[in-house]
Design a protein around this ligand. Structure first.
Ligand code: CTP
Ligand code: MG
Length: 234
């Protein structure tokens, strides 16, 4: 199956509290540019990209100064209180741009700039004919323990069935917008798109990706990334 056309939504309206920096982490510099500029580059020259929306906080003073803010391939949507609110806003913007309910949309964290092209292509390829969609994920590596209330090991969990959910997460625009809207309306906490789709009764497909598709969350992640790119990107 050849690769399908796809839209991208990049939630970028977080404050990055765990990073404890002087600005939201997507605007921190690494390898000469902001994290979000590297993230956008993972998609912008892809041959089957239909369009891209970045969800930015209304009072964000950093975005307008970036060269990518005036790139005609990139549209802006308002961010929301939680990540899921930002994503829903981006999905609504896609509708206004002419995206159809059956179109694929990939949601990808602004703070995840090390997405390899091979992973993006693998996701598009493996899900092209899928009725539900899915996400890049990585099987758990370490032995996992379930803790009791005293912080002692209650049991060892079967690692072989545990995966870490990464992004991009790829679903049909209509299905995702409906699932996310309904979950939010019901007050269900959704930390990723797959959770909303699961809540709607579907089973997203896990597509194994690279472990280095890291979300920059804490200061040591940025140091790791700088070192990783210093020694030859990907
Ligand atoms: N995000 C967003 N809107 C929000 C919260 C988060 O668009 N209201 C985005 C972030 O900008 C980030 C992605 O969602 O690209 C993943 O979220 P996370 O890593 O939690 O980022 P922050 O919320 O910014 O960080 P923290 O939780 O440490 O405050
Ligand atoms: Mg957060």
């Amino acid at each position: 199956m050849s690769q399908p056309a796809f839209w991208v939504v990049i939630p970028a309206a977080g404050v990055g509290s765990r990073m404890r920096a002087d600005r939201p982490k997507q605007y921190l510099q690494v390898a000469g540019r902001c994290i979000i500029e590297h993230t956008l580059d993972c998609f912008l020259d892809h041959p089957t990209l239909a369009g891209l929306v970045v969800c930015v906080a209304a009072d964000d003073p950093y975005w307008p100064g970036l060269p990518c803010a005036s790139d005609p391939r990139i549209q802006r949507a308002p961010g929301g209180r939680e990540r899921c609110d930002s994503v829903l806003s981006g999905l609504q913007r896609l509708g206004l741009l002419g995206a159809a309910d059956q179109d694929w949309v990939l949601v990808h964290d602004a703070a995840r700039p090390n997405l390899a092209r091979e992973d993006l292509d693998k996701l598009l390829h493996e899900l092209a004919a899928d009725p539900v969609g899915g996400l890049l994920a990585v099987p758990a590596r370490d032995t996992l323990k379930r803790a009791d209330a005293d912080g002692r090991v209650a049991e060892t969990v079967d690692r072989s069935v545990i995966w870490q959910a990464f992004t991009p997460q790829m679903f049909r625009l209509g299905m995702l917008r409906n699932a996310l809207g309904a979950a939010l309306g019901d007050g269900v906490p959704v930390t990723d798109e797959a959770s909303a789709i699961e809540w709607a009764g579907y089973s997203p497909k896990l597509v194994e990706g690279r472990a280095d598709n890291l979300k920059v969350t804490r200061p040591e992640d940025l140091r790791w990334l700088a070192q990783c790119w210093n020694t030859g990107r990907q």
